[in-house]
Design a protein around this ligand. Structure first.
Ligand code: SAM
Length: 258
């Protein structure tokens, strides 16, 4: 028996990896976070698989499911939204599995921050603009943000920022960012990237809240911030420049000499 933690991706059933879908199709017991993982994803499961939504279960109740699976020799698929390594609350489950001597593995997934960039057709890195992405979250009731990681202090880097869980604290997050970043800084909200209900809204830190109701952007919303979001600002990467040589391609003028 083993447990596979699977990154389900941002929502759309075809944004799970092939490896994740295979592990899901082999599982006798499937646990999924119903608040964030689309039910469409369950189409990958065997018809006879036992499926539980963990939204209403506490940790001990989930561990009880792992114990049952161990007793029955079942394979378990544990679906987490996006990529399990980001705000996935997997470490407490892994500690319990270690205590029970149950082996586990992790299949990565498409995180909602890259899915949100895809919605905007945006690059989060651009030469001379930003080569760094700060992945962070606004403070929530379930998990405290460590000292030194406030949005204001992270904003000082001027890097691209992907701010998770910002929906409920959107106004506060933007106020905090504006203490360090100019109001002209490009910013975007993406809600439910890849779901049928997907929507997005772009602007600047100074204008983002104009014309929207923050209440409608509470759940499954990503806040992206930074100049890299705006196509057209900054230099192009030299990677595809005809003047640039690298291990796999010679610059045009060097090819001409041959
Ligand atoms: C508990 S975290 C899980 C993140 C997940 N592990 C990931 O890699 O995307 C939930 C937060 O992720 C973001 N999120 C999840 N799905 C999303 C989606 N489809 N579109 C936009 N943001 C999403 C929202 O900020 C939401 O509050």
């Amino acid at each position: 028996m083993n447990v596979t933690f699977i990154g389900a991706g941002p929502g759309a059933a075809d944004l799970i990896t092939l490896r994740g879908a295979k592990a899901l199709a082999e599982a006798s017991l499937v646990l999924y976070a119903g608040s964030l993982v689309s039910k469409d994803m369950l189409a990958h499961c065997r018809p006879e698989a036992e499926i539980h939504d963990t939204a209403s279960m506490n940790l001990e109740e989930q561990i009880e499911q792992y114990r049952r699976a161990q007793k029955n020799g079942w394979k378990v698929a544990r679906l987490h939204s996006g990529d399990p390594s980001i705000y996935g609350a997997i470490s407490e489950q892994m500690r319990a599995l270690d205590d029970l001597d149950i082996p586990y593995e992790v299949v990565p997934g498409v995180s909602s921050f890259t899915a949100s960039a895809a919605v905007l057709k945006a690059s989060l890195t651009r030469p001379e603009i930003s080569q760094t992405i700060i992945i962070t979250r606004s403070e929530g009731r379930a998990s405290a943000v460590p000292e030194g990681e406030s949005l204001a202090s992270l904003a000082e880097h001027g890097a691209s920022m992907a701010i998770f869980l910002s929906g409920a604290g959107l106004i506060k997050a933007i106020e905090e960012l504006l203490t360090k970043l100019p109001p002209q800084t490009p910013a975007a909200l993406v809600c439910k990237a890849s779901w049928p209900q997907e929507k997005h809204h772009t602007g600047t830190l100074g204008t983002l809240l104009e014309g929207i109701s923050p209440e409608e952007w509470r759940l499954s919303t990503m806040l992206l911030v930074g100049h890299a979001l705006v196509n057209g600002e900054g230099a192009a990467s030299r990677l595809y420049s005809p003047e640039y040589s690298h291990r796999f391609r010679k610059a045009a003028r060097e090819t001409a000499k041959v």
